[in-house]
Design a protein around this ligand. Structure first.
Ligand code: NAD
Length: 269
């Protein structure tokens, strides 16, 4: 795919001032898309992310702050994002995690995880899809998880949210399937389901596992990997960015309603 495949397309990536979201934003910008960054209010993080994007493109990126656990903030963010033009590519990436045995899981963690990982995607898709369908091109890419395909202990709300996101994405894929044409690229909705990927969301789990090995972080990481991810390798966030770009190509017009694992074989077992 050449570096201008997505020229003229506008993309919103939620939770994109760090981690997987930032690498997705950078990959889309490298392919010519105009990228709108988003994250929780944190001026320094937004400025640093904008700087990384400006190294790739001359354009000054818009970066929006909102708390996705609040539906009214999400609606405001979507209006702001679409003030200067429609969103062609929507990447629902923002997400949180909390681990605890099911019977000890705090009710407020359940509410927060479901709100951010699932309900926010309902809102952003609801507000972006009509425009995509009218124009005949649109891409919804939801960053789910292997935990949208298989369960693990101590992750009840996270697993529920990600299974929900996979199901919700399939419904949207079906309802948008007839929009557009092969030439326009159609409107597709898919999930990417990462396994262990090097970002800060894993730090509490790495720390807990390292504690079993006298605080040896690398031993903790290897133990986590050997339990679930047969390749024994973590993914890098930029690898997910490259798949996002590929899904945005108009040639992917018939690739819809799928949940693609990037998990070193985790869900093949
Ligand atoms: P991360 O913690 O680095 O990034 C999460 C992003 O979500 C951050 O930008 C954060 O600001 C944003 N966010 C969190 N709460 C928010 C809120 N209330 N409102 C707005 N934004 C909020 O983690 P990451 O690994 O980059 O995670 C990105 C996505 O990938 C998540 O959906 C996560 O579930 C998924 N994922 C990650 C892994 C992994 O191993 N890293 C594996 C599978 C799935």
């Amino acid at each position: 795919m050449d570096s201008t495949t997505l020229t003229g397309k506008r993309a919103l990536v939620t939770g994109s001032v760090q981690g997987i979201g930032l690498e997705i934003a950078k990959a889309l910008a490298r392919s010519g898309a105009e990228v709108i960054l988003h994250g929780l209010p944190d001026d320094a993080a937004h400025a640093a992310a904008r700087m990384q994007l400006s190294d790739i493109t001359e354009r000054e990126a818009l970066s929006l702050s909102s708390d996705l656990s609040d539906g009214s903030q999400t609606e405001r963010m979507m209006n702001e994002a679409q003030t200067n033009g429609p969103i062609d590519i929507l990447v629902n990436n923002a997400g949180i995690q909390f681990t605890a045995p099911f019977q000890e899981m705090p009710r407020q963690k359940w509410d927060a995880i479901l709100a951010i990982n699932l309900s926010a995607a309902f809102d952003t898709m609801r507000l972006a899809l009509p425009g995509m369908m009218a124009r005949g091109y649109g891409r919804v890419i939801n960053i789910a998880s292997v935990h949208g395909l298989v369960a693990s202990i101590h992750k009840a709300p996270y697993v529920a949210s990600k299974f929900g996101l996979v199901g919700l994405t399939r419904v949207v894929a079906l309802e948008a399937a007839q929009a557009g044409t092969r030439d326009s690229g159609g409107v597709t909705a898919n999930c990417i389901c990462p396994g262990w990927t090097e970002t800060s969301i894993l730090e509490p789990q790495i720390a807990a596992r390292a504690a079993l090995f006298n605080g040896d972080r690398n031993a903790g990481i290897q133990d986590l990997l050997s339990e679930k991810q047969p390749s024994g390798r973590m993914s890098k966030p930029e690898e997910i960015g490259r798949l996002v770009v590929w899904l945005c190509d108009p040639a992917a017009h018939n690739l819809t309603g799928v949940a693609i694992p990037i998990d070193g074989g985790w869900t093949a077992q």
